[in-house]
Write a protein that binds this ligand. Structure first.
Ligand SMILES: [Ca+2]
Length: 392
């Protein structure tokens, strides 16, 4: 019966998410050599006050202008065209939010994550074809999607081969009810839905980064580089990804079959850890696959998008039934160049806000002016191009 629910959920949520990963290599092959000319990241536009105390566990990311979008042959269509974006400075968590940090929040608030609640059929049925019958109650028990690698080679177009809906999976039991967090206090929290991340951020007097802020920070002050460390290709010393043949053989050459503890690999130029690989990180923006093309169409090739907060609608043809999709960035321990190179700072991915996954977490930011955390309703600025119609 769980297979049936897996199809329900995969058909609406995780399946497209993973299909997007898998299709990366195919899509990337279509865009070789089309990246615009290189540009230079400009100096900071804002700085923290001299009297401002650095928040614990955060680092100041100087604002500036940069070329947002994919560099090199692995860039996918949704990362293009590269275009000018300016962001103000902000504080950012040095690491992904850890299990220990999320436990502080959960213990203080008694918050229950989406995965710890029964599946809401009224919400789910909005994402499945009309007339889809309601699953049996036992299939709507709390749970989440767990990576369950097959023992034999499977076609990479069918993500249901390695994602399994698992009753009892949650951030407390990320690999299913038999798993726990003992000894993993410093690992990134996963099985976090978008609304869970928002709830934590509000409690912490922080917010999620916009995807522009996230990409600016991930680049670490390096302009026009394919990776957060430069143009050198990924290898097992750089970050936590998948080595071996996905999804059957994980050689863990980098030392980690699954997630790695925070700070297991070198920080980027801004002192941020795991901006490449390890676990995906939610951003605040809605996902729109051709957002960058629409920005260029509206502002021209030399136009500057300032502090973009994302479009007002979301759309991803890989996920046509989803009423809403949110962006996540950074890739994960499941990224492999055979189908996905999303450890790159420009890589974008979409997932419905009610979906949690075994490789999806987050980190937070705090702007200098965030004395009170603003609502994350994604209000476009006057000069950005985010209020664009849904493409057809
Ligand atoms: Ca690994």
């Amino acid at each position: 019966m769980h297979d049936d629910l897996t199809r329900f959920l995969c058909g609406t949520c995780a399946r497209v998410h993973v299909l997007a990963q898998m299709s990366a290599i195919t899509i990337a092959s279509l865009v070789c050599g089309v990246a615009p000319p290189l540009a230079v990241t400009t100096p900071a536009t804002t700085t923290p006050d001299a009297t401002t105390t650095t928040p614990a566990g955060m680092v100041w990311i100087p604002g500036g202008e940069f070329m947002m979008g994919g560099v090199g042959a692995l860039a996918r269509p949704d990362e293009l065209p590269r275009h000018r974006v300016r962001v103000d400075g902000f504080w950012m968590d040095i690491t992904e939010v850890t299990n220990a940090q999320f436990a502080q929040f959960a213990n203080a608030t008694n918050y229950k994550t989406v995965a710890e609640r029964p599946v809401d059929w009224e919400e789910l049925k909005k994402q499945v074809p009309p007339g889809t019958p309601k699953p049996p109650e036992e299939m709507l028990l709390p749970g989440s999607l767990v990576f369950a690698p097959p023992s034999i080679t499977v076609p990479l177009h069918d993500a249901s081969q390695w994602w399994a809906w698992t009753t009892g999976a949650s951030w407390r039991h990320p690999a299913g009810p038999q798993s726990d967090l003992v000894g993993k206090e410093n690992f990134p929290v996963v099985q976090i839905a978008y609304e869970d991340a928002l709830a934590y951020a509000k409690w912490a007097n922080k917010r999620l980064p916009t995807e522009a802020e996230w990409e600016f920070a991930a680049r670490g002050g390096l302009a026009d580089k394919a990776n957060v460390w430069g143009d050198e290709p990924v290898d097992a010393t750089r970050c936590n990804t998948w080595q071996g043949s996905f999804p059957t053989n994980n050689t863990a050459q980098d030392g980690f079959v699954g997630a790695a503890p925070a700070k297991s690999f070198a920080a980027n130029g801004y002192g941020l850890y795991d901006m490449a690989g390890n676990v995906w990180e939610w951003c605040s923006d809605r996902y729109l696959i051709d957002l960058y093309a629409q920005r260029e169409f509206q502002l021209g090739a030399k136009g500057v998008t300032v502090n973009p907060t994302g479009p007002t609608t979301s759309f991803d043809p890989r996920h046509p039934g989803a009423p809403e999709l949110r962006v996540h960035r950074g890739g994960s321990f499941l990224c492999n160049d055979s189908y996905c190179a999303s450890y790159r700072p420009s890589a974008r991915m979409s997932t419905p806000p009610d979906t949690s996954l075994a490789h999806l977490g987050f980190r937070c930011v705090r702007a200098k002016v965030d004395a009170v955390v603003p609502a994350l309703s994604a209000t476009p600025s006057a000069v950005d191009a985010e209020s664009v119609p849904k493409p057809r």
